[in-house]
Design a protein around this ligand. Structure first.
Ligand code: ZN
Length: 162
């Protein structure tokens, strides 16, 4: 497979998530509610999370924005349900590393990350990296707020965090 085909594959998977976003649902009595914005592109996201102990039982993702921001939120919803808060934070670190071209954390194989692997293609479009990170930074902020006792607080940090 040459580079052109690979780019096309990435594009197809991203567009498929964009048109049919997973996790686009309302979560009853969420433990965590957080919103994030990426003013550079105009992407806006709202996340609701229902926890069972420290495991993410359900996540609702409502994203209005470009294809990459919506697709990244859709992929997030597919992978985080059933994972512990610690695992979710680790996955978020992996996504960030893939997007910025940093080394992946020890023992992580991108092939285990499902469609998330295609986000590596976004690395070639620096202006889009914040779009792809929006869902993840918003989720991690929400988890941190929850852990510090402010689960319902809304914090707009996603746009500035890099
Ligand atoms: Zn965007």
């Amino acid at each position: 497979m040459n580079d052109g085909d690979l780019q096309e594959l990435y594009r197809d998977i991203i567009l498929e998530h964009y048109h049919y976003p997973r996790g686009h649902k309302h979560v009853d009595a969420p433990d965590i509610h957080n919103e994030g914005k990426n003013p550079v592109c105009g992407d806006e996201i709202e996340l609701e999370v229902k926890l069972n102990g420290d495991v993410v039982e359900q996540v609702g993702v409502h994203c209005v924005g470009c294809a990459i921001s919506v697709a990244s939120g859709s992929m997030l919803s597919e992978i985080v349900e059933g994972k512990s808060i610690g695992e979710v934070k680790r996955i978020a670190q992996v996504v960030k590393a893939m997007l910025t071209g940093a080394d992946l954390p020890e023992g992580v194989d991108p092939a285990d990350l499902g469609d998330l692997e295609v986000l590596q293609g976004v690395r070639n479009f620096p202006v889009r990296i914040k779009c792809a990170l929006l869902a993840w930074t918003t989720l991690v902020e929400g988890l941190k707020n929850y852990e510090s006792g402010n689960g319902a607080a809304q914090v707009e940090t996603a746009a500035t965090e890099q």
